[in-house]
Design a protein around this ligand. Structure first.
Ligand code: ATP
Ligand code: MG
Length: 138
């Protein structure tokens, strides 16, 4: 069990002006922000980040979407961070997400689903390293 996870607020949510409301939910749920940046991924960078999904039919659509606008990337800390954050954001498809979850509140579709959350301690570390140098985190 690790105490850190990695998140991105995705382009659909930043575009709709939900960034502040989503960060508010994350902080109120007890996560401490250990690193954060506003940035935009190139297609190449988005392709690398989601390389595990390369063979999935939605990979091209996912890469286009994730490079289509601003994102906010962050490393978050809390006991049981990976699992608790997945609970907070809800199911991948917002139509199946539980009431009160971030995806239920802010996501439009399975593709444009407002936030990313790491699925394991190992991937949380890899994804945090993808975005942040040692100088940018504490
Ligand atoms: P994330 O990794 O972004 O937190 P997740 O772990 O809930 O999401 P994954 O299976 O890892 O879901 O899929 C990664 C992302 O790919 C999803 O968040 C979504 O944006 C997109 N995606 C997943 N399934 C589909 C689909 N059937 N059609 C379109 N896009 C999809
Ligand atoms: Mg995932």
């Amino acid at each position: 069990m690790s105490n850190r996870t990695f998140t991105m607020i995705k382009p659909d949510a930043t575009q709709k002006g939900y960034t502040g409301a989503i960060l508010d939910q994350i902080i109120k749920a007890g996560f401490a922000v250990k690193a954060m940046k506003w940035t935009r991924l190139t297609k190449e960078q988005a392709g690398l980040f989601y390389e595990v999904h390369k063979e999935r039919p939605f990979y091209g659509e996912l890469v286009d979407f994730m490079s289509s606008g601003t994102i906010v990337a962050a490393i978050l800390e809390k006991d049981n961070a990976v699992a608790d954050f997945r609970t907070l954001i809800g199911a991948t498809n917002p139509a199946q997400a539980a009431e009160g979850t971030i995806r239920k509140l802010f996501a439009a579709s399975v593709g444009e689903n407002a936030v990313h959350g790491s699925d394991s301690d190992e991937n949380a570390a890899i994804e945090g390293d993808f975005f942040f140098s040692k100088l940018e985190r504490f």
